[in-house]
Design a protein around this ligand. Structure first.
Ligand SMILES: Nc1ncnc2c1ncn2[C@@H]1O[C@H](COP(=O)(O)OP(=O)(O)OP(=O)(O)O)[C@@H](O)[C@H]1O
Ligand SMILES: [Mg+2]
Length: 250
C-alpha cells in the first residue's frame, strides 16, 4: 500500500532522514522507533506532505504522492496524528470526529446553512457516520462531552475515529501512547489490532516498548536519520545496534 523509496529530508545543513526505505501493506502494523531526534517525525512529515523530501519517492497504491500537499495526501486515504495532540479541547467529541469529514463535506455544509434538503441529509449522514465510528471503538457515550474533558487515552481514540470517518486506509500515529495509563495503552493496542484486522494499515512512531512489542508486525529503528534495523519485534529487541543506539554508545 505504502512504499517509501530512499527518502532524504534535510533542514539547512542537517540531514534528519537519510535514504530511508520501507513498505507497509494492507492490515499491517509497522512501528518506527529511535532515540529523540532520530528523524521519526521528519519521516512522517515527508510521507504526509508536511515536508518535501530532498530526494526519494513515496508511493501509495503504486502512485507517486511525493510533493503533494497534505490535503491531497489525506484525501487519498492517508491520515496522521500529531505528536502534541490534535484534539480541539473546547469542541465536543462529535465535532472533533466530524472534522475528519471536512474535506468531503465543506461545500455541502454551506448548503446546510441555506437549508437545502440534500445538504441536511448530508449532514445527518455525516453525524451518523461519526457515531458509528465512535461506537466501533466503544466511546459513543462520550459524543457530547467537550473533548478536553476526556482522558488522554479517550482523546487518542477520538483522533483515530476522526481518521476512520474520513475513510482512512493508512493511519500514521506519532507517539500515541504519551500520557496514557498502562490500562489505556493495552486498550489502544487492542484498538490498533482491530483496525489492522479490518485491513487498515498503521504506522506507529512510539517509544513505549510494551505497546510496540504487543501490536507491531514489524519494527523499524532509526538512529541519526538512518535505518539501523527492521525486523519482527522480538528480533529487534535483541539487536545489538539497537541496544547501542538506546544506550547511547553507538
Ligand atoms: N523544522 C525543522 N527545522 C530544523 N531542524 C529540524 C526541524 N524539524 C526537525 N529538525 C531536526 O531534525 C532532526 C530529526 O527531528 P525529528 O523531529 O524528526 O526527530 P524525532 O525522531 O521525531 O524525535 P522525537 O523522538 O524527539 O520526537 C533533529 O535533529 C531535529 O532537531
Ligand atoms: Mg518526533
Amino acid at each position: 500500500m505504502l512504499e517509501v523509496r530512499s527518502i532524504t529530508v534535510r533542514f539547512a545543513g542537517l540531514t534528519a532522514v537519510s535514504d530511508l526505505s520501507f513498505d507497509v501493506g494492507e492490515g499491517e502494523i509497522l512501528a518506527i522507533m529511535g532515540p529523540n531526534g532520530a528523524g521519526k517525525t521528519s519521516a512522517f512529515n515527508a510521507i504526509t506532505g508536511f515536508a518535501r523530501p530532498a530526494a526519494g519517492e513515496v508511493l501509495f497504491d503504486g502512485r507517486s504522492i511525493t510533493g503533494l500537499k497534505p490535503d491531497a495526501i489525506a484525501a487519498l486515504g492517508i491520515r496522521r496524528t500529531f505528536q502534541n495532540n490534535g484534539i480541539l479541547r473546547e469542541m465536543s467529541v462529535l465535532e472533533n470526529v466530524l472534522m475528519g469529514l471536512e474535506l468531503s463535506t465543506a461545500s455541502s455544509m454551506a448548503g446546510v446553512v441555506f437549508g437545502l434538503p440534500s445538504s441536511v441529509r448530508a449532514e445527518q449522514e455525516a453525524v451518523a457516520a461519526a457515531y458509528a465510528q465512535l461506537a466501533s471503538l466503544g466511546v459513543s457515550a462520550l459524543a457530547e462531552r467537550p473533548a478536553g474533558s476526556l482522558s488522554f487515552g479517550q482523546q487518542r481514540l477520538v483522533e483515530i475515529c476522526r481518521a476512520l470517518v474520513s475513510g482512512a486506509r493508512l493511519i500514521m500515529l506519532d507517539e500515541p501512547a504519551v500520557g496514557l495509563s498502562p490500562m489505556e495503552r493495552l486498550q489502544l493496542g487492542e484498538v490498533l489490532r482491530d483496525l489492522a484486522a479490518r485491513g487498515i494499515a498503521i504506522v506507529l512512531v512510539e517509544h513505549v516498548q510494551d505497546l510496540v512489542m504487543a501490536v507491531s508486525d514489524r519494527v523499524l529503528v532509526l538512529n541519526y536519520g538512518k535505518k539501523i534495523a527492521e525486523a519482527a519485534p522480538e528480533e529487534v529487541r535483541r539487536n545489538k545496534l539497537v541496544l547501542e543506539a538506546y544506550l547511547g554508545t553507538a
